[in-house]
Design a protein around this ligand. Structure first.
Ligand code: MF3
Ligand code: CO
Length: 264
């Protein structure tokens, strides 16, 4: 998401609201499953967007990202999903671009069910990727797992980023700092911000019923970012590769529950 000036606490969801969050998360997971099968060299990013649209429709869900307008005056987001390739970090717009062998493809997907949002992202390699690409993807996937494991009730929001940072930086990769995870619920982006790195304070205490999206973005080069002329696509300033994984989770009495998976 986008940096906001203040970041108060997340709302506590009722059992009924958590149920809707689970349903939205399930649709997001189904979209990801269809997208994983469809992603290969020769396919356009626009075709992937259409695959996601079909799954949304089949499940009676609404797109979460389409026409999203974070601040008035910005071009509303024109896609159902975000497709970001190689040095593109997040918010790439689906279109005519053809996926090439070895491309690092980031798919960020959202859905709304009964007024509640789900949001999740993966990084896939189309065809045969380089060793560097594979390592970057593995490290980023693991960094999300580590971030989720830190999202225990009684811990603080800052413990998530601290755990991610302690894992990623010693491996020689950098973490994006200008975009963060976020609270999520009736809106796609709610307080608090969920940074993927250590900050001054540890932030709010995590309580059962809070729902947040954790989304580390890991760069093979430096952490600086730039936004392209389309107003949306965020790229690494130095053109190095970037990977991204994201899940929407609920804090429960017994620990974090991942909502954006198919589950039982
Ligand atoms: N997971 C992305 C985020 O939280 C979803 C962005 S949707 C967009 O930033 F519409 F803003 F592109
Ligand atoms: Co998000």
């Amino acid at each position: 998401m986008f940096q906001e000036s203040s970041s108060p606490g997340a709302t506590i969801k009722s059992v009924r609201e958590l149920k809707a969050m689970r349903s939205a998360g399930k649709v997001v997971a189904m979209m990801h499953e269809a997208l994983r099968k469809a992603t290969r060299p020769g396919v356009t990013t626009g075709e992937l967007d259409r695959v996601a649209r079909v799954v949304l429709k089949e499940n009676g869900a609404q797109p979460s990202f389409l026409n999203y307008e974070p601040v008035p005056g910005i071009t509303p987001y024109p896609g159902v999903i975000c497709t970001s390739l190689n040095e593109e970090i997040v918010h790439g717009i689906p279109g005519k671009r053809v996926i090439q062998d070895g491309d690092l493809v980031k798919l960020d997907v959202g859905a709304v069910v009964d007024g509640f949002h789900g949001d999740a992202a993966v990084s896939l390699i189309a065809g045969e990727g380089s060793e560097t690409t594979k390592t970057l993807v593995d490290v980023t996937r693991r960094s999300l797992e580590i971030g989720i494991a830190a999202a225990q009730p009684g811990n603080r929001i800052g413990d998530i980023g601290a755990a991610i940072e302690d894992y990623v930086l010693p491996l020689g990769f950098e973490l994006v700092r200008e975009y963060t995870g976020h609270g999520i619920g009736r809106r796609l982006h709610e307080p608090p911000q969920v940074p993927n790195f250590r900050q001054g304070g540890r932030g709010i205490v995590l309580k059962p019923g809070m729902t947040i999206a954790i989304e580390p973005m890991v760069n093979a080069g430096g952490w600086d970012t730039r936004v392209m002329d389309d107003d949306w696509t965020v790229v690494t300033d130095d053109g190095a590769l970037s990977a991204h994984f994201e899940h929407t989770i609920a804090i429960t009495e017994s620990g974090p529950e991942i909502l954006t998976i198919l589950g039982s």
